[in-house]
Ligand binder design. Structure first.
Ligand SMILES: [Zn+2]
Ligand SMILES: [Zn+2]
Length: 150
């Protein structure tokens, strides 16, 4: 699996393929030590159970969907549709917009799922999905997100 997280010191995105049970690793950008302890399940079974970064056991599953890209596609097709309006073919505006939404939907269907840690937002790609993990739940997120609670 590929594990993606932000360095706590410099916020650089670090991508790691865990191979051995180290307790920490150096940040490639600032060379600070980052706590990183992949569990037996992560290493041997390619399945997430405990977060290597924060050692919490709560995760959610989501589509690996880039929302900015999705919105960009819809806007692009809407603009394309405006050309049809300009050419006095307003019906095609809706067809074009529909095509943009359709492409978004297809993208969403074919995209893989990733596992995300509620507590530290570390993302796990190419892992076997753990059947205990469910889609995003706001109540669990609230529990871990101390900042929004004040
Ligand atoms: Zn760093
Ligand atoms: Zn975590």
């Amino acid at each position: 699996m590929k594990i993606t997280f932000a360095c706590p010191e410099c916020q650089t995105q670090v991508v790691i393929e865990p191979t051995d049970p180290t307790g920490s690793l150096p940040c490639p950008a600032c060379e600070g030590e980052i706590a990183f302890a992949p569990s037996e399940s992560v290493l041997a079974q390619n399945m997430v159970d405990i977060c290597p970064r924060c050692e919490k056991p709560s995760f959610y599953i989501q589509k690996d969907f880039n929302q900015k890209l999705g919105l960009g596609i819809v806007i692009l097709f809407a603009l394309l549709g405006l050309i049809f309006v300009w050419m006095d073919r307003p019906t095609y505006f809706y067809l074009s917009l529909g095509a943009g939404l359709g492409i978004d939907f297809l993208l969403y269907l074919i995209l893989p799922e990733l596992t995300v840690c509620y507590a530290c937002k570390t993302a796990f790609r190419n892992a076997r999905l753990n059947p205990d993990h469910k889609p995003f739940d706001l109540h669990i997120a609230d529990h871990y997100d101390g900042r929004s609670q004040g």
